[in-house]
Design a binder for this molecule. Structure first.
Ligand SMILES: Cc1cc2nc3c(=O)[nH]c(=O)nc-3n(C[C@H](O)[C@H](O)[C@H](O)COP(=O)(O)OP(=O)(O)OC[C@H]3O[C@@H](n4cnc5c(N)ncnc54)[C@H](O)[C@@H]3O)c2cc1C
Length: 263
């Protein structure tokens, strides 16, 4: 692989899933209960959140008129459990294992499926350049040297380990031999190794992630990811994420600012 293809400088976020409303079932519920309900948003996550909130007080057809007003009140009053009914599925690539180590600390409201270094051969893996090394060619060169050593070490070790397992454990099926070898050899892979992770999160969980990881105190690479996620979610639901701003960071990496903290 040419050197330029080995290194990654920024995360990619693919929006793979969003919700939909089953209109016939909504109508059936409203008819059964003798209720009228109309809203001015067409975004399913926003409709579902409004319905969830209105179910608490059976306030269909009453009170606040627009969906924005309704959800703004939910955010302001920190009735955060309502936000758990809105869900998005993102596939994230171009991030390092050190980033995902931080990402998966976010437990509440998230589901994760991540590339397995036990199953996947990482000899051809890419490496994520930490943002700070992207601004200094001198440091970048030193960093690349270190990565090159680790890549070679992994490739040699993985190959030698497969041979060793083949000879010393011939009873093991070939697929398991490779797994044994990779799970041992991966111990020398650096934190910078690129990974891919499928993340499902609800609006409350995403908001908490954006607030913590988009803050100036967060590590630079994950902050960069938080900014990309914020862009996607603001576009997806202006009424659930409209209070989230992207501003310039002192270190040149943008930050995320949340008006309604920890809803
Ligand atoms: C700038 C920064 C620096 C950090 N530094 C370190 C570090 O040095 N070392 C380290 O280990 N981690 C560190 N972390 C990770 C941090 O401690 C959290 O693990 C991570 O940010 C996830 O936050 P959370 O637990 O609030 O999120 P989630 O796990 O998603 O939880 C969301 C919320 O749900 C509630 N909740 C979740 N689980 C429980 C529970 N079991 N009991 C009660 N309430 C619960 C809490 O209100 C919590 O805030 C750092 C995070 C940041 C942003």
């Amino acid at each position: 692989m040419p050197t330029s293809e080995i290194y990654v400088t920024k995360p990619k976020v693919y929006l793979l899933g969003r919700q939909q409303v089953v209109s016939e079932e909504l109508k059936r519920f409203l008819d059964d209960e003798g209720l009228a309900f109309a809203t001015d948003t067409e975004i399913p996550a926003e409709i579902l959140n409004e319905i969830a909130g209105r179910t608490c007080y059976m306030s269909f057809g009453k009170g606040r008129k627009s969906n924005r007003e309704y959800l703004e009140n939910i955010l302001e009053s920190k009735h955060g459990s309502v936000l758990e009914h809105a869900v998005w599925n993102l596939l994230i690539t171009g991030v390092s294992r050190s980033l995902t180590h931080e990402l998966v600390r976010h437990r509440a409201g998230f589901g994760y499926s991540q590339l397995s270094q036990r199953y996947v051969d990482e000899s051809e893996a890419k490496y994520v350049i930490p943002p700070l090394y992207q601004e200094s060619s001198e440091l970048l060169e030193l960093w690349q040297k270190a990565i090159e050593c680790a890549r070679k070490a992994y490739a040699e070790l993985a190959e030698a380990t497969v041979r060793y397992v083949q000879e010393s454990h011939p009873e093991i099926p070939a697929r398991d031999r490779r797994k044994w070898a990779r799970q041992a050899a991966r111990s020398v892979l650096p934190n910078a190794c690129e990974t891919k992770i499928f993340v499902t999160g609800n609006a409350r969980a995403w908001r908490h992630f954006l607030e913590q990881r988009g803050s100036p105190h967060a590590e630079a690479e994950i902050r960069r990811l938080a900014v990309e996620v914020a862009k996607v979610l603001r576009q997806e639901s202006p009424n659930l994420f409209g209070d989230i701003e992207i501003t310039n960071g002192a270190d040149g990496i943008p930050e995320v600012r949340v008006q309604h903290s920890k809803v």
